[in-house]
Design a protein. Structure first.
Length: 681
């Protein structure tokens, strides 16, 4: 029931359990999208997921069925039950390619630098095995390829270097006495890597650690390892390159070691097919000349070389001078806030000037990413500038649909959700800017407010989020429905209240579902919300629940209807009286509705009650007739207004004999009209 995207679990509030179960039931372990899949590819995947799982297993599993389609933009990896059921006791902890190992691979590939306790322990185990280090390095490098499958050498080298840094860092913290052994293992594992990747990696040190990981690895290279690297690179390329010479000069700077390594590399190559070919002698001679006499002069201009040579002297000179007075302003101009503000200005200007819809669509996607950064930084003023441009673009002529999609996507941003959780800490100006941002984003901003709207207590931050959400009216309903699926009673209560505040008929189906919950607190909120919606479907929903319930549950519904003494409930009660049959199975519903009318005592119900009490049936039904006529007269007496008295007077003159007898038994008390007016006041 757990769905991972790039090795990270999807947030619990997203309805993904069904998707995870669907993939699991079809024996699918992982789905990889290579680039942007075509519509036909997506249709093919959905067709596969709609197939019978047993039939898929009989034909060899989903991976084989997918391979038969010939679609290459989506790759499917199926669950290997043979691997799952084999004897795990023969494997070392580090050798297991289980979920922990895969999560490490996904974390490194996606650039995540934080690992949990299980991942750290596994990395510590991996650092003790040359094979496992090489296997992990190859696994993280494999996805870094072009669409045609050709490797991205620079990206692969950077990713492998990141793995080595993670391994060295964890060993250095958890078991520092093993750091030298781990370095030797990492150096040995490079023999399992593409030599071009190793060469690029040895040139890619960014110096982020006190002791360069590359220098530590190269220091661990013995003559045999350097010779093997040279032989592999030479056999692959068939010649020596300037890059190879540069790396070789870094690893083996002294002349004697260079000659020892070259002698050993020559011996290794002579045992391979390349060393036995006719071109080997000439290639080896050129390699010796290049590697033993490496000089960077041909690759560096004279002016640049002079600049490099004078850099140290200029640095010493500047150290002894005072800094220019403008330096603080210059430094401030490079600060995060200024760079962010400049990005906003440049990107919004580009959007206004762009006339190509395709380029505008790309720019809109970049603006959504920028918005996330602005929300995370709490820079709502800059976010407002971006959102206003998106709003204007959504009604323009250049990529308006993409602009509307960008606004909708802004409501799903993690930055907006984090900002919503800090509403209580904002000052008045910041809250105003945040509210305006949500209004510009539109109803999808409600999704960012979900954590705040799940409060059990009606806190100030909850009230502000509530007012913001219901301000979207009927458009808010689809984004509030998700709250009703929460298992907690107070979240269901909040959902019922919020849906009722929209006053939209679209909220009725969800409110009707909430009526079936067992918690009386949820029931009260759902009934109250339905009563406030002026739509026939809302009254029919309450009528249905009254008809289907009995005893204490029906009493709870009636209590919820009259609890707030809201005049908007009265038309709904009148409609129920007009649409139900007092002589049929709805007899008790009529009596309960009349009880609610009596407790509310509102004049607007007089007409419906008067019509009800005049209804009669010639055959049978006398007991039911007396019951609802008595309840009707009691309701009119409780209302006690001039209109109610007139209705009773008219019924005493023109009503049937049963009604007249009931009226004589329930005279209108003196001063009832005045008392009813006081109650309503």
């Amino acid at each position: 029931q757990t769905l991972l995207v790039a090795g990270l679990p999807v947030p619990a509030e997203q309805p993904v359990a069904e998707a995870a179960r669907l993939l699991h039931d079809h024996d699918i372990l992982q789905v990889t999208f290579i680039g942007e899949p075509s519509t036909d590819a997506v249709h093919g995947l959905l067709k596969l997921l709609s197939a019978d799982p047993d039939e898929l297993r009989r034909t060899g599993g989903p991976a084989r069925a997918w391979d038969a389609t010939g679609i290459s933009s989506i790759a499917i990896e199926q669950i290997d039950y043979e691997s799952i059921l084999e004897d795990k006791a023969v494997q070392t902890p580090a050798a297991r390619r289980d979920d922990v190992w895969k999560s490490i691979v996904n974390s490194v590939v996606s650039g995540q630098g934080a690992f949990d306790e299980a991942q750290q322990q596994r990395l510590l185990d991996i650092a003790g095995s040359v094979y496992d280090i090489g296997d992990l390095a190859n696994a993280v490098a494999a996805p870094k390829c072009n669409m045609d499958g050709s490797p991205l050498i620079t990206a692969q080298a950077a990713t492998v270097l990141a793995v080595f840094r993670h391994l060295a860092g964890i060993v250095n913290v958890m078991e520092p006495e093993r750091i030298n052994s781990a370095m030797r293992n990492m150096a040995s594992s490079t023999g399992m890597l593409d030599p071009n990747v190793v060469l690029k990696m040895l040139q890619s040190d960014d110096g982020t650690q006190d002791v360069s990981i590359v220098e530590a690895i190269t220091a661990s290279f013995d003559d045999e390892k350097v010779a093997q690297l040279l032989a592999t690179a030479m056999a692959r390329d068939g010649r020596a390159t300037a890059r190879l010479a540069q790396v070789f000069d870094t690893i083996a700077p002294d002349e004697d070691r260079k000659r020892r390594v070259l002698t050993r590399a020559h011996s290794m190559l002579s045992e391979q097919d390349f060393g036995k070919s006719g071109q080997f002698k000439a290639a080896w001679a050129s390699m010796e000349a290049l590697l033993l006499n490496y000089d960077e002069t041909p690759f560096v201009s004279a002016a640049y070389q002079a600049s490099l040579e004078g850099a140290g002297a200029r640095a010493d000179l500047l150290v002894n001078r005072g800094l220019p007075p403008e330096m603080p302003e210059w430094i401030e101009s490079l600060g995060e806030a200024n760079v962010r503000a400049l990005s906003v200005v440049l990107m919004t200007d580009l959007l206004r000037l762009e006339e190509d819809p395709a380029r505008a669509a790309d720019l809109l996607r970049d603006l959504v990413v920028l918005l996330d950064d602005l929300f995370l930084a709490g820079d709502f003023d800059s976010a407002l500038l971006v959102l206003r441009e998106l709003k204007q673009a959504s009604t323009g002529t250049i990529a308006p649909a993409e602009a509307r999609a960008a606004l909708a996507a802004a409501g799903e941003l993690a930055g907006l959700r984090d900002a919503a959780g800090m509403l209580a800490d904002f000052d008045a100006a910041t809250r105003k800017a945040f509210t305006e941002c949500c209004e510009l984003v539109g109803p999808t901003a409600i999704r960012a407010l979900h954590p705040v709207l799940q409060s059990e207590q009606e806190t100030p931050i909850y009230r502000q989020a509530r007012d913001l959400a219901v301000g979207f009216g009927a458009a808010a309903v689809p984004h509030l429905v998700g709250l009703a699926d929460d298992a907690r009673w107070f979240v269901q209560r909040n959902a019922a209240t919020l849906l009722g505040l929209t006053r939209s008929a679209a909220a009725v189906p969800t409110l009707q579902a909430l009526l079936r919950r067992n918690d009386p607190r949820v029931l009260a909120a759902a009934v109250s919300s339905l009563a406030g919606i002026e739509d026939p479907t809302a009254s029919r929903a309450i009528q249905t629940v009254l008809r289907a319930s009995s005893g204490s549950y029906r009493a709870a519904v009636i209590d919820a209807l009259v609890a707030g003494r809201d005049p908007r409930v009265v038309p709904m009660l009148g409609q129920i009286l007009e649409e139900t049959d007092p002589f049929g199975e709805d007899h008790q519903v009529v009596l309960d509705t009349l009880s609610a009318v009596q407790r509310l005592g509102h004049e607007q119900a007089v007409r419906a009650v008067a019509l009800l009490m005049s209804r009669k049936k010639f055959l049978f039904g006398r007991a039911k007739a007396r019951a609802f006529k008595t309840a009707s007269v009691q309701a009119l007496v409780a209302i006690g207004t001039t209109t109610a008295k007139a209705a009773l007077l008219e019924a005493s003159r023109s009503g049937d004999r049963l009604l007249k007898s009931v009226i004589r038994a329930h005279p209108v008390p003196p001063g009832a009209e005045h008392g009813a007016s006081e109650r309503r006041a």
